[in-house]
Design a protein around this ligand. Structure first.
Ligand code: ATP
Ligand code: MG
Length: 429
């Protein structure tokens, strides 16, 4: 019988990689907490309508990337392709935006039916931040400062750059769209196929076409910057001044538009040149119209999504993963002979005293030699050996596995103190 395989583009994470994820998650959760952002969790499955109404009917995501299917009762459901719309839905549903501001973060899987390749999956993961109820550019600056701090703490500061743009109000964008369409209609037959189609549906997306010819045609096209409304312009200037003051470097990229309909004013991407074509590791912007669009009271909002897989790839590519993350134990308890109960008891006693200590207690019997091999493989610093003799004399043998120190047999009553001295790190606090 053929074995069942995972779905293409939906990866398993085996323990070695999972350790890197845990490292990253640890950094990120600590960071969000240090800025006072609160964690929010929501389902992976939502009504299809939510994404159609927020992301936009004629975006790549809604047109061709969503996992949409009919529930048993015929409702159209979609596996979430992103978190922002769901976050807004959850906040509205539970009154989180009523007369109050919110700074929130989430993480979890997102689903898009794209062509799987390096840095592009069908189930991928995002860390996301959303802030609601803040009008000024200070919040835009804060989330960018926060991301810059993350790069710093991961050693990535030199590997990513910030691209920034303002796409203005919905109204100014509509005016610009009109001008752009007028201009490009004149050269329509020279545009690439995708862009020809987008001319009628989502013309702004033509701006980030990768096609050389189209890019060349865009050179003389009207510039979004010339159509910005006064408020968007001063918001953007305010943001740039704050970033300058904070020493955050950025490039203004007038072609940056983002692929989702709900953005306005600030949009940004953190990009790297180390991951080939999938170079955007974090992307976001303001979406002041979305809450109202989904039926709530008009609420200003800004946020970003960060691709976890791409970040992990980047850390690995640049050799920035700290050593020893996949070490699973500090201490390995070898249980040789008929000592199952005393071994369990001793292990529990140690764990009660040192909750931070990672102790693997050997299960499954076998001789000392094979157990010692296993102990070594875990990366543990020490092996504790409990044979029948030791057990009946209330003793235990302590054998350092690294650094060549001698093994010693001591009374079990002295063990906790001895461990504290041998493992002189935070485990023995
Ligand atoms: P891209 O231009 O790479 O398709 P996007 O504009 O569709 O990205 P967003 O919807 O803004 O991306 O998502 C934010 C981040 O999530 C991206 O910058 C990227 O890091 C990550 N991401 C998006 N799609 C995928 C995917 N299919 N696989 C892995 N990561 C992804
Ligand atoms: Mg995409």
């Amino acid at each position: 019988m053929s074995k069942i395989q995972s779905i293409r583009g939906m990866n398993d994470l085996l323990p070695g990689d999972a350790a890197v994820w845990q490292y990253l998650e640890g950094k990120v959760t600590q960071l969000f907490a240090s800025y006072g952002y609160q964690n929010i969790r929501f389902p992976v499955l939502e009504q299809t309508e939510l994404f159609k109404r927020s992301i936009g009917e004629v975006t790549d995501i809604v047109e061709k990337e969503m996992y949409t299917f009919a529930d048993r009762n015929g409702d159209s459901l979609t596996l979430r392709p992103e978190g922002t719309a769901v976050c807004v839905r959850a906040c509205e549903q539970h009154g989180l935006l009523y007369n109050q501001t919110q700074k929130l973060w989430y993480m979890g899987p997102m689903f898009r039916h794209e062509r799987p390749q390096k840095g592009r999956l069908r189930q991928f993961h995002q860390f996301g931040v959303e802030a609601f109820g803040f009008d000024g550019p200070d919040i835009d600056a804060e989330i960018l400062v926060l991301t810059a701090r993350l790069w710093q703490s991961l050693g990535l500061s030199d590997a990513v750059t910030l691209e920034l743009n303002s796409i203005g109000s919905l109204e100014s964008r509509a005016n610009y769209k009109q001008a752009l369409v007028e201009h490009l209609s004149g050269v329509q037959d020279q545009l690439d196929e995708d862009s020809q189609r987008r001319l009628g549906t989502n013309p702004l997306r033509i701006l980030d076409s990768k096609n050389r010819n189209t890019q060349a045609l865009l050179k003389d096209a009207p510039q979004l910057a010339d159509y910005l409304d006064e408020e968007s312009r001063s918001h953007f200037e305010g943001l740039c001044a704050l970033l300058d003051g904070m020493g955050i470097r950025y490039t203004v990229n007038p072609r940056l538009v983002r692929g989702l309909d709900y953005y306005n004013k600030t949009v940004f991407e953190w990009v790297t040149t180390h991951l080939g074509a999938q170079g955007t590791v974090c992307a976001g912007g303001r979406y002041d119209g979305l809450v109202a669009q989904l039926g709530g009271r008009s609420t200003s909002a800004v946020g970003f999504g960060m691709g976890v897989e791409r970040l992990v790839l980047l850390l690995q590519e640049l050799d920035l993963v700290p050593r020893g993350l996949d070490t699973s134990a500090d201490v390995y308890l070898v249980a040789a002979g008929d000592v199952q109960l005393p071994a369990l008891q001793l292990a529990e006693q140690i764990r009660s005293h040192y909750p931070q200590l990672r102790l693997i207690s050997h299960c499954g019997g076998g001789g000392i030699r094979s157990q010692m091999k296993k102990a070594d493989k875990t990366g543990a610093q020490l092996a504790l050996i409990l044979g029948e003799n030791e057990a009946s004399n209330q003793q235990v043998t302590v054998k350092p596995l690294r650094g060549g120190a001698e093994q010693e047999t001591i009374a079990q009553s002295d063990l906790l103190e001895r461990l504290g001295a041998l493992l002189n790190k935070e485990i023995a606090e």
